[in-house]
Design a protein around this ligand. Sequence first.
Ligand SMILES: [Zn+2]
Ligand SMILES: [Zn+2]
Length: 360
Amino acid sequence: MKAAVLYKAQTPLVMEELDIPEPGPSQVMVKMMASGVCHSDWHVVKGEWTHLPLPIILGHEGAAIVEAVGPGVTNVVPGDHVILSWRSQCGYCEMCQVGWPALCTNIQYPKERPTLRGSGTQINQMVGIGSFGSYQIAHESAAVPIDKDIPFPQAALVGCGVTTGVGAAINTAKVQPGTTAAIFGAGGVGLNVIQGCAIAGATTIIAVDLLDFKLDLAKEFGATHTVNASQDDPVAKIKELTGGHGTHYAFEAIGLVEQPFIQSIQCTRPRGISVWVGHAPHGTPVTIDARDLMLEKTVIGSMYGSSQPMVTFPRLLDLYKSGKLKLDELISRTYPVEQINEAFDALGNGEVARSTLSFE
Ligand SMILES: [Zn+2]
Ligand SMILES: [Zn+2]
């Protein structure tokens, strides 16, 4: 197999030849068909996320074909098409048992890993998937079977950005028809929060970003209004657009700095719900005025769109097939995996909604 490996933060990824182990008990070997390039990968490259061990095969948004299964695997057979879930689950802990497998407290990552050809050095896999590799080993709970008529790049995006964004609106916030919502950040995840709010029936959907290009995209995904935060105060503008009340829901889908997290509380109305979707760098403080919460506002984080991947992924694909969920429009560019560093440059420059990688 080949894979793009990160050896050190703030250095380019390096293409390597690796050997892959046979799948062990409860493991599957997959042939990667497409991988999205997500901001979370970029956080690791930039050195903003330091909790993942290096060297590492990044990538956590993959669609694949099952190549082989280990002993005891029952949910897939070789030849099945799958989306890889980056929250593999044990099935038995409290969170799994009460229906929140994305919050599993006993996540199952394969112990055997791909090794560098020649040296035998084990290379880590990002979140038990490492979708920047042409083959991978994953826990069977991370392999979610899907219909074979779904194109792989579109399927890959459901593995992270789509589920995270649409799920935050539908599952975490439970957006109600006829309501108002503000979304801070119209990137790969934010666009999906926007279309999630639209699918759920919100009638005023306000996108906030710094780039007009992204605000134009936001309108394609269902935003009814846009605010360029480099020109207008987003909180004042959102209040103005909602009759002075503020929105029922607000979503922080950037995860870089403090201010949008605070604004996502300030722009909601009494009993408003602020959902924090963006994964901020470690040690990002958010300081709010305690009185901001006195009007019974709720602040809640959203992990993987509060999803149940085995249920959520096929449902999202059904929405895609019925024309209600936009996936084709999310894919701005496709690169061969060898050009991963160019794909990161495009992401860093804000040139793309999403790029996907192909594997020859
Ligand atoms: Zn992601
Ligand atoms: Zn569990």
